[in-house]
Design a binder for this molecule. Structure first.
Ligand code: ADP
Ligand code: MG
Ligand code: ZN
Length: 182
């Protein structure tokens, strides 16, 4: 029915905004389901957490079959929130598009739009043209204090996926990223 996306760099407040939207359902006694990717164990399993340590219980999953099976067990709930969407495979994005366009689901996803080396995350890219609303959040550049849209990796790993936080990533604006990233 409706696809909303929350995107931006690390520390831009994506999980905070996702949890805010998820939590407000309970004031209307409207049921909702919250998912996170099982790779994200930074603040424990089966939770969506922010860097400020606010957290909510969630379903930790990694495949589309796991999500569909949980949705099947809660057929009456059509309101779904998914964090760390960049970690899910492309077929997961296809399933989200199908659920929204054909099955009357309202789905809100939060995720990084860019990798540490400034390339789009595929599942986010795939979803974007189907979104009804896209919110782009910014962090604060750790070098100059301007709005930051890049996640700069402090470690030497070249892996696309390397789950970490303050110890391994900082947020930078375009100018500072270009100065520092070689
Ligand atoms: P995301 O899910 O986008 O990584 P979170 O919602 O988990 O972001 O966390 C956002 C919080 O991170 C901010 O409210 C702030 O307390 C903290 N934070 C740490 N570093 C920064 C930064 N460089 N810019 C903005 N917020 C930061
Ligand atoms: Mg987050
Ligand atoms: Zn900067």
């Amino acid at each position: 029915m409706c696809l909303n996306m929350i995107c931006g760099s690390m520390y831009s407040g994506k999980s905070t905004e996702l949890l805010r939207r998820y939590e407000r359902n309970k004031y209307a006694k409207r049921k909702a389901l919250l998912f996170n990717h099982s790779l994200d164990k930074r603040y424990g399993e089966n939770v969506v957490a922010t860097h400020l340590q606010d957290q909510e219980k969630s379903h930790s999953i990694s495949t589309v079959y796991q999500m569909l099976s949980i949705l099947h067990d809660h057929k009456e709930i059509k309101n779904v929130y998914i964090d760390e969407f960049q970690f899910f495979p492309n077929e997961f994005a296809d399933a989200v598009i199908f659920l929204v366009e054909k099955e009357n689901y309202s789905i809100t996803v939060a995720g990084l739009d860019l990798t540490f080396d400034n390339k789009p995350f595929k599942s986010m890219e795939k979803l974007m043209p189907y979104a009804d609303e896209i919110l782009k959040l910014k962090a604060v550049c750790c070098e100059c204090g301007k709005n930051a849209s890049k996640s700069y990796r402090l470690t030497s790993s070249k892996q696309k996926v390397e789950v970490g936080s303050n110890d391994s990533y900082i947020a930078l604006c375009k100018k500072c990223y270009n100065k520092i990233y070689k």
